[in-house]
Design a protein around this ligand. Structure first.
Ligand SMILES: Nc1ncnc2c1ncn2[C@@H]1O[C@H](COP(=O)(O)OP(=O)(O)OP(=O)(O)O)[C@@H](O)[C@H]1O
Ligand SMILES: [Mg+2]
Length: 543
């Protein structure tokens, strides 16, 4: 049950005499059977090494004690006259040793002249920079639909005749069970399926999905997100919603036959609290695809060096669950290290970001990436370059009509009949408010009414609007800068004209400044640093 893509890649690399391969996988046994296959078909001998068994010919159990030493085994490989594959399992802890690194570099030249290949197999990628050029990394993907189907069929046949277990599946049910298992390793899938049989006495998609959610969460970088948000809960943003609606069937066979490519992704930029995250969440429901949330902060939270591994892991899981929506919220938060010179791990951040950019550009798996950002000064310019996303949308403050729509949505979400309220008047009274601020005004009005033991009235919401100062008033310079910046770089998410930014009376402005609530607006129009486009040549983010 080998993984065709990665196995083929390894075979090609072996034939092309790449000296050292580094196969990243949690599934040693799957990789091992693939390597046996390759060794057989290339008529090569296959040697295995582990720190506890030493070097031994595949099929034998152990080697001699001496060869357990990393330097000794590398010498043996150097001296061997055989045409062979040498597989070192979990060798990564030794890659921190200078002598081992030096020996590996010597080996590169020796191996190039012979028909030997060194293959490192490990669940984590830890490669010292000195070896980056010499070692070819192969990501062993998670099991395919076919692999999981074969596993499921094997479990089903082993269950035949078992009392009290219903392992029968219609073709549609079988498809659903396999899709629910995508994103898991074979061993994880086997455990989850077994658990479902024990708990429910049948293959229960709900059990499988909830187990999968746990397992994916344990990967610490992705969340299998259950979005309840529908597109109907997003007010305004007509251009953006239309873009999304037109692509509802874009991942189906009919779109492929029509000759359409799968959508790659969207970047949503804009003013705080205006529905970027909300829209991102609603896409998955609109398109009926699973939603994975990538936490950029968590990718970089781990140890330096581990972040790269985390990013690769996230990509691999997303691809195995595809077609799916991958939501990267507040992308600038994690990537700011690529720009700021103060960050001590700037190199790592830049590298990890590079991995992500390359993947965005070249991915073939139908993973739709929807990224959101509100701080453009933190946004690396490479992200905005053509080819990364299908489109970049700018989400601005809601217009009058949009505010009416948002009010209606939030009133009915709270069990109110919106036609009983003068939403037009409220919308006029909350010019410059973001969607989130409109929602807050509705809630504040409800508290007032509740306190008086009366039903919510138009006046309650109006009063709440009057009593609060929207962010757009205290950050008007910032928003103006954001708009100017976006004019040349993004499409407006809404067809309405930009709303005028509220002007506060001078005495209020002074008060706000005194209270330290004023949002400084310098830097937004300055076209240096992250807001400039650095031309086509700089693929790698600079630090
Ligand atoms: N256009 C909208 N329609 C309906 N509700 C909205 C809209 N915009 C914002 N809201 C309300 O405000 C909440 C916060 O909005 P959201 O998280 O989408 O903002 P955001 O644009 O992602 O802001 P940030 O930049 O701060 O992340 C939403 O959950 C929703 O309840
Ligand atoms: Mg958000």
């Amino acid at each position: 049950m080998a993984n065709a893509g990665a196995t083929r890649e390894i075979e090609i690399l072996v034939r092309a005499r790449y000296p050292i391969l580094y196969v990243v996988s949690w599934e040693e046994s799957r990789v091992e059977s693939a390597l046996i296959e390759i060794a057989n078909s290339r008529r090569k001998r296959l040697y295995m090494w582990t720190a506890t068994s030493g070097l031994y010919l595949q099929g034998a159990r152990t080697g001699d004690n001496d060869s357990r030493q990393p330097l000794v085994v590398l010498d043996r490989i150097m001296q061997s006259q055989e045409q062979a594959l040498f597989v070192l399992k979990d060798f990564h802890p030794y890659l921190g040793d200078d002598q081992v690194v030096r020996k590996l570099r010597d080996l590169v030249y020796a191996l190039k002249l012979t028909l030997k290949t060194l293959i490192l197999v490990s669940p984590i990628l830890e490669l010292p920079p000195e070896l980056e050029k010499e070692v070819t990394v192969v990501d062993y993907e998670l099991p395919s639909y076919g692999d999981l189907g074969a596993l499921l069929d094997r479990i089903r046949s082993s269950m035949e005749g078992k009392q009290g277990v219903d392992a029968e599946l219609t073709p549609e049910e079988r498809d659903r069970v396999i899709r629910a298992s995508q994103g898991l390793t074979l061993m994880e899938a086997e455990n989850v399926l077994a658990r479902s049989l024990v708990e429910a006495r049948r293959f229960d998609v709900d059990i499988i999905v909830s187990e999968k959610r746990q397992i994916i969460r344990k990967s610490q970088v992705l969340d299998y997100y259950h979005a309840s948000e529908e597109v109907g809960s997003v007010g305004g943003l007509d251009v953006l919603k239309d873009w999304l609606a037109k692509r509802t069937h874009a991942f189906g066979d009919r779109a492929r036959q029509f000759g359409l490519p799968e959508p790659k992704g969207l970047l949503l930029l804009g003013v705080q609290g205006c529905g970027k995250s909300l829209t991102a969440k609603s896409v998955a429901n609109l398109w009926r695809l699973p939603l994975l949330r990538l936490d950029v902060g968590r990718i970089f939270a781990g140890l330096v060096g581990k972040s790269e591994e985390n990013m690769r892991k996230a990509i691999r899981i997303a691809e195995s669950v595809a077609p799916c929506v991958l939501w990267v919220d507040e992308i600038e938060k994690g990537l700011s290290g690529t720009e700021s010179s103060g960050a001590s791990d700037a190199g790592t951040t830049a590298r990890v970001f590079g991995t992500f950019l390359t993947w965005l550009q070249e991915k073939t798996a139908p993973v739709f990436v929807i990224a959101t950002a509100n701080d453009i000064s933190q946004l690396p310019p490479e992200l905005l370059r053509k080819g990364r996303f299908d489109d970049i949308f700018f989400v601005d403050l809601p217009t009058l009509d949009e505010r009416v729509e948002i009010l209606r949505i939030h009133l009915s979400m709270r069990g109110r009949d919106a036609s009983l309220y003068d939403v037009q008047r409220i919308a006029e009274g909350c010019a410059g408010f973001s969607g989130a601020e409109i929602e807050q005004a509705v809630v504040a009005g409800m508290y007032d009414a509740f306190d008086r033991e009366e039903e919510l009235a138009t006046e309650d919401i109006l009063r709440a609007c009057e009593e609060s100062i929207p962010l757009s008033a205290t950050a008007s310079g910032r928003i103006a800068g954001l708009r100017a910046w976006a004019r040349l770089r993004a499409r407006r998410a809404s067809s309405g004209d930009p709303v005028e930014l509220p002007q506060l009376p001078d005495e209020l402005t002074d008060l706000i400044r005194l209270a330290g609530m004023w949002v400084e607006d310098e830097g937004m129009l300055d076209d240096g640093g992250a807001t400039s486009d650095c031309g086509p040549s700089d693929e790698a983010p600079h630090d």
